[in-house]
Design a protein. Sequence first.
Length: 114
Amino acid sequence: QVQLVESGGGLVQAGGSLRLSCAASGSIFSRDAAMGWYRQAPGKQRELVASIGSGGSTYYSDSVKGRFAISRDNAKNTVYLQMNNLKREDTAIYYCKLLSTAYWGQGTQVTVSS
């Protein structure tokens, strides 16, 4: 079993920043496991916005490239998503996921106001 708990969401003005955290635990969790951040806006499909592989390689969707940064602290079993220059279209529920598995966090709401 794996537990993923997101935190750090909230309400921010456009142009502002937030940092999301995803704390992982569980008997089968590997500290360097590939992790991803997804988001789902109202009426839209869930989409992958960033991921980090076991070797530290990263991926970003075009919509967030240059503004978001994914990182990890293996000692804390935590993955972060630093979000800068937020836009209204970034408003969504953000989820972390243990890639290649069915384990998801519960999500954290990010709302960007104009």
